[in-house]
Design a protein around this ligand. Structure first.
Ligand SMILES: Nc1ncnc2c1ncn2[C@@H]1O[C@H](COP(=O)(O)OP(=O)(O)OP(=O)(O)O)[C@@H](O)[C@H]1O
Length: 427
């Protein structure tokens, strides 16, 4: 009789564990050779009614290999006549091991905000640095500022800091502390030497410096992107884990029009736009009056996105020595509100709780849940380890090549607590 035509109930449950064990002899251990049973990779096979539980030592293996083996074990167990369900338990890493892996990695950064502008000299770095200060003022946790502007790294000048950057024991770049911020900039590494980053090297340099920096535990990391929509910006949008972007423009109509085009680039790359800052909106002259340079400009309408703040042209906006200007404190509040709008962190009761599960099981259950959704529906996953790597797996599960394609309407990962992440995926 063909296996497919067997009705599980018609197959006796007696001896099911032995039959599964026999089947598993055909699954090879790709690391040591031989079968997963003889090599000791599978440590236990137990049966509960018609559900088979296979325990295997997968935690020590590289993730793709562990996942492949888990998949082979599951398929083999399920193909055994009489088996209705199969779970594969890998050994869960101890919390200490998990923490050691994550130390200083970008995985310890809760929220990443990019600050961008279509044109140079509009005050992007000023806004990025002041925004980072304002966000740091409202929290006990650290806030970082990453200067991704390879050709004109202005953060060290603005914050009056310099290198050299020292290396941690693990060989990573130690950020420089500037007041309430931890910062990293190419300018800190290259100091005054002329920068000659080119082409592919420039692409790699941004993400490498980002990943190689020992950021530690950060509540928020603000990235000051280079101006324009060139290759470095594009690579940054595609490779850095950006949760939302703030665009900076002046009120000049051409700057506004260019900003609108920049916004499209962000949207096309799946980066949520938090809104725009209109910098140098007006200035106060010695006569005591405020001058609005473009009184008729309807910037919000032209941009088709929220204006988060309008900043005056004033010395105190560019002053990093004293208190954060009140307008920037308000801007930080608006940014927080927009982030909350974009990712509703109130996880609904029907969210799939994957905490406490081994990686293969987590993956299996997340894929099953995601596959069951229709386009436009939202999946909420709750995990106790960074679930970012699941994105590609979920995309593949629905036939997309990778997560940057058409697999998701939106996918956001936010860390709610030290051991709690929420992943919201809109198919
Ligand atoms: N609202 C403001 N009031 C007064 N001065 C400002 C204001 N915003 C920015 N500036 C000043 O304008 C200059 C350009 O600002 P900034 O370096 O922040 O621009 P940018 O857009 O980052 O430039 P780049 O294209 O070089 O990266 C700086 O000298 C800065 O101090």
């Amino acid at each position: 009789m063909a296996k497919d035509s067997l009705v599980p109930d018609e197959v006796p449950a007696d001896g099911l564990a032995d039959r599964v064990r026999n089947g598993l002899r055909s699954v090879e251990n790709p690391v040591s050779g031989g079968s997963v049973l003889e090599s000791g990779l599978v440590t236990q096979v137990s049966v509960d009614e018609r559900t088979v539980h296979v325990s295997a030592s997968l935690a020590e293996l590289e993730e793709p290999i562990a996942d492949d083996i888990a998949e082979a074990l599951r398929r083999t167990a399920l193909s055994t006549p009489g088996v209705e369900q199969a779970t594969i338990e890998g050994e869960v890493q101890s919390p200490d091991e998990t923490a050691a892996e994550r130390v200083d990695g970008p995985a310890n950064v809760d929220t990443v905000i990019a600050v961008a502008s279509a044109k140079g000299g509009v005050g992007k770095t000023t806004v990025a640095a002041q925004l980072a200060r304002a966000l740091a003022t409202g929290t006990d946790r650290d806030v970082g500022l990453f200067d991704a502007d390879l050709y004109g790294p202005n953060v060290p000048n603005l914050l009056n800091i310099d290198g050299p950057v020292s290396a941690t024991a693990e060989g990573r770049a130690e950020p420089i502390t500037a007041g309430e911020l931890v910062t990293m900039s190419v300018g800190l590494i290259a100091n005054d030497e002329p920068l000659a980053w080119r082409g592919a090297m420039a692409h790699e340099a941004v993400s490498e410096l980002f990943e190689d920096t020992a950021w530690g535990e950060l509540e928020t990391l603000v990235i000051d992107l280079p101006p324009g929509t060139g290759d470095i910006v594009l690579t940054a949008l595609q490779s850095l884990p950006i949760d939302g972007a703030v665009l900076v423009t002046t009120p000049h109509p051409t700057s506004v029009a260019d900003t609108s085009r920049s916004a499209t680039l962000f949207e096309e790359n799946g980066i949520p736009l938090l809104g725009t800052v209109v910098n140098m909106r007006e200035f106060a002259c010695e006569c005591g009056r405020d001058h609005d340079l473009f009184p008729d400009a309807n910037i919000e309408q032209a941009l088709e996105q929220p204006v988060l703040s309008e900043l005056p042209f004033e010395e105190r906006i560019r002053d990093f020595g004293g208190d954060v200007p009140a307008e920037i404190v308000t801007l930080a509040d608006a940014v927080r509100d927009r982030l909350d709008e974009i990712v509703d962190l109130s996880v609904p009761a029907h969210a799939l709780d994957l905490r406490g599960l081994s990686r293969p099981i987590r993956r299996e259950q997340a894929i099953e849940e995601f596959r069951a959704t229709e386009p436009g529906e939202t999946t909420y996953l709750l995990t106790d380890a960074d679930p970012s790597s699941l994105e590609t797996e979920l995309a593949t599960a629905v036939g997309a090549d990778d997560a940057s394609g058409d697999a998701f309407e939106r996918s956001v990962v936010r860390r709610r607590a030290p051991n709690e992440w929420v992943m919201v995926v809109v198919r």
